[in-house]
Design a protein around this ligand. Structure first.
Ligand code: NAD
Ligand code: UDX
Length: 487
C-alpha cells in the first residue's frame, strides 16, 4: 500500500534534512518530524534552524506547514503514520559494564522509540524503518519489542535503511545519493519504502539486501572511509621524515582508478559523530564474536587518528620553543569539518584542550559554531578526551584560558601562532599580510588542513608548519602550494 503519512522520531542532523528532502520530492506524503527535545523543535519551526546545512533552509521554508511538520507530539505522529523512521542518536556508551564503555553503542534511545511505536501505532500494518546506525541484528531486537506489545490488529515490518549522508553536503547527498540501501525480509515492505525514494532516485541506485547485510554495510562503509584518512595520515608522517610531499603522493596514488581520488586529504585527524562511534561499534561486534585480530585491525584506524592529532599538537608546542605557557594561540575553526556547525568529536577540541593543558591562552574563531557550544565541548569530559594521551583540561581553566572571537583577525591579533583546524573556505581568502603584521614575532602558522598557500605565507614571513610536507627538510625539492584539491 502506498505510504501517505510518515513520522520521523529524531529531528537531528539526519532526521531533519532527510525528511525535508522527502517532503519536497513527495508532495502527496505528509511528513511529521518529531523530537522529545522541545527547544530543538522550536528551532525547526523558527527562522533559525537548529543545524546549518547548505540548501536546507530553502527546502524547509518551502515545505514547512504544507506537508512538512515539526512537533514534540511523538505519540500523536506515531498514531497517524504508515511508516516511521527511527532516526535517534546512538552514541557510544559512556556508562555500563567494563568492556562496553567506550565501545558499544548506547541503544537506549532506539529502545524508547520502539516502545513508543509498540504502544501507539495505529491498527493495521506500520513500517518501522531503522535510519539510525545500529549494530547488526538490532532489527531483531526492535521487532521483538514491537511484538511484545501484543496488540490485536496491529502489525509491523521492520526495515533497515541506513543513511550515508555527510554533514555539510547532506542535501546534495540526499538528492543525488550514490545508493539507497534497504534491508529487509518482506518484499512488499521493501517495495513500499523503495517507492518513496523512487520519486527522485533512479531505481538502479536503490539496493535491496538482507537486513543484516544492510546494518553491517553501514558500519563497514564508515570504517573503510575512515581507514583511507588514517592511511593517508600515516603516509603524511613518513613524508615529513623523508622529504616527500603528501599532496603529491595523494594525487599520484589517487589517479590509480582502483584507488580513486576522494577522501585522501591529510588532516589533523577525522572527527564527526559517526566515524569514531561506528568503528568502536565494529570493534565491539568483533570482540563479541571472539575475533580479537579482527577487532585489533579496526581499532588501529582509531589509534592512527589519535596519533595524528597528538603529533600535530606536539609539533605546535615543540616549534614554539617547547613551551606555549602564557602564549596566545589563535585557533581557526572549531567544527569537525567545513559547512557545518557540528563539533561532535572535532579534532579542534583535542587541539584546544591540549594547548590549554600546556598553559596557552586560546583564541577561537569559527563561522558557524555557537560560543556556548565551544565552551561546553571544552568543559565536558568526553570519550575522545579520555582516551587521548593529550592533557586533560583541569576544572575552571576553560573560562580563564579560552576566548571566543568574532572574526579571525581578532583572534590572531597579538598571537604567537595561528592554528588552522577546520578547512572553512573563508580561511583561504584572508589577508595574511594583515594577520602577520598584527602578530608577535616570530609568527607561526600551523596548517592542519593543507588549505593555504605555504610559499606565499613564508614569503610574508610566517614560520609555516603543515601536515605531510616538511618545509625545511634538507631533501626538499619542491615547495609548491600544498593545496591538493582532493575532497
Ligand atoms: P542527533 O543527535 O542530531 O539527533 C537525534 C535526535 O533524536 C535528538 O534531537 C534527540 O533529542 C532525538 N531523540 C532521541 N530519543 C528520542 C525519543 N525517544 N523520542 C524523540 N526524540 C528522540 O543525531 P544524528 O546526527 O541525526 O544521528 C542520528 C542517527 O543517524 C545516529 O544513529 C547516527 O549514527 C546516524 N547517522 C548520522 C549521520 C550524521 O552525519 N550525523 C549520518 C549517517 C547516519
Ligand atoms: C561520515 C560519512 O562520510 C558518511 O557517509 C556517514 O553517513 C556519516 O559519517 P561526516 O562525518 O558527516 O560523514 O563527514 P565526512 O565528510 O565523512 O568527514 C569526517 C571527518 O573526516 C571530518 O573531520 C573530515 O574533515 C575528515 N576528512 C574527510 C579528512 O580528514 N580527510 C578526508 O579526505 C576526508
Amino acid at each position: 500500500m502506498p505510504v501517505q503519512s510518515i513520522c520521523c522520531i529524531g529531528a537531528g542532523y539526519v532526521g531533519g534534512p532527510t525528511c525535508a528532502v522527502i517532503a519536497a520530492k513527495c508532495p502527496h506524503i505528509t511528513v511529521t518530524v518529531t523530537d522529545s527535545n522541545a527547544a530543538r523543535i522550536e528551532q525547526w519551526n523558527s527562522d533559525i534552524l537548529p543545524i546549518y546545512e547548505p540548501g536546507l533552509e530553502e527546502l524547509v521554508k518551502r515545505c514547512r506547514g504544507v506537508n512538512l511538520f515539526f512537533s514534540t507530539d511523538v505519540k500523536g505522529a506515531v498514531k497517524k503514520a504508515d511508516l516511521i523512521f527511527i532516526s535517534v542518536n546512538t552514541p557510544t556508551k559512556v556508562k555500563g559494564a567494563a568492556g562496553e564503555v567506550g565501545l558499544a553503542p548506547d541503544l537506549q534511545y532506539v529502545e524508547l522509540a520502539a516502545r513508543t511505536i509498540a504502544r501507539e501505532a495505529k491498527e493495521g500494518l506500520t513500517l518501522v524503518v531503522e535510519k539510525s546506525t545500529v549494530p547488526v541484528r538490532a532489527a531483531a531486537t526492535i521487532s521483538e519489542m514491537l511484538a511484545s506489545a501484543n496488540r490485536p490488529g496491529v502489525s509491523f515490518q521492520v526495515l533497515s535503511n541506513p543513511e550515508f549522508l555527510s554533514e555539510g553536503t547532506a542535501i546534495k547527498n540526499l538528492l543525488h545519493p550514490d545508493r539507497v540501501l534497504i534491508g529487509g525480509e518482506n518484499q512488499q515492505a521493501i517495495s513500499d519504502l523503495a517507492d518513496i525514494y523512487a520519486a527522485w532516485v533512479p531505481r538502479e541506485r536503490i539496493l535491496e539486501t538482507s537486513t543484516w547485510s544492510s546494518e553491517l554495510s553501514k558500519l563497514v562503509a564508515n570504517a573503510l572511509l575512515a581507514q583511507r584518512i588514517s592511511s593517508i595520515n600515516a603516509a603524511s608522517e613518513l613524508c615529513e621524515m623523508t622529504g616527500a610531499n603528501v599532496s603529491e603522493v595523494a594525487k599520484a596514488v589517487g589517479m590509480d582508478s582502483r584507488i580513486g581520488p576522494k577522501f585522501l586529504n591529510p588532516s589533523i585527524g577525522f572527527g564527526g559523530s559517526c566515524f569514531h562511534k561506528d568503528i568502536m561499534s565494529l570493534v565491539y561486534l568483533c570482540k563479541h564474536y571472539h575475533l580479537p585480530e579482527n577487532a585489533e585491525y579496526w581499532q588501529d584506524i582509531i589509534n592512527m587518528n589519535t596519533h595524528q592529532r597528538v603529533r600535530f599538537c606536539r609539533k605546535i608546542v615543540s616549534s614554539l620553543f617547547n613551551t606555549v605557557s602564557h602564549k596566545k594561540i589563535a585557533v581557526f575553526g572549531f567544527a569537525f569539518k567545513k559547512d557545518t556547525g557540528d563539533t561532535r568529536e572535532s579534532s579542534s577540541i583535542v587541539v584546544a584542550d591540549y594547548l590549554i593543558g600546556e598553559g596557552a591562552e586560546v583564541f577561537i574563531y569559527d563561522p558557524k559554531v555557537p560560543d556556548r557550544q565551544i565552551l561546553t565541548d571544552l568543559k565536558l569530559p568526553q570519550i575522545t578526551k579520555e582516551i587521548s594521551p593529550g592533557v586533560i583540561t583541569p576544572e575552571g581553566i576553560v573560562d580563564k584560558s579560552v576566548h571566543i572571537c568574532r572574526d579571525p583577525y581578532d583572534a590572531a591579533r597579538g598571537a604567537h601562532a595561528v592554528v588552522v583546524c577546520t578547512e572553512w573556505d573563508e580561511f583561504t581568502t584572508l589577508d595574511y599580510q594583515v594577520i602577520y603584521d598584527s602578530m608577535q614575532k616570530p609568527a607561526f602558522l600551523f596548517d592542519g588542513r593543507m588549505i593555504l598557500n605555504h610559499d606565499t605565507l613564508m614569503k610574508i614571513g610566517f614560520r609555516v608548519h603543515c601536515i605531510g610536507k616538511s618545509l625545511n627538510h634538507p631533501n626538499k625539492t619542491n615547495g609548491a602550494s600544498a593545496t591538493n584539491g582532493y575532497h
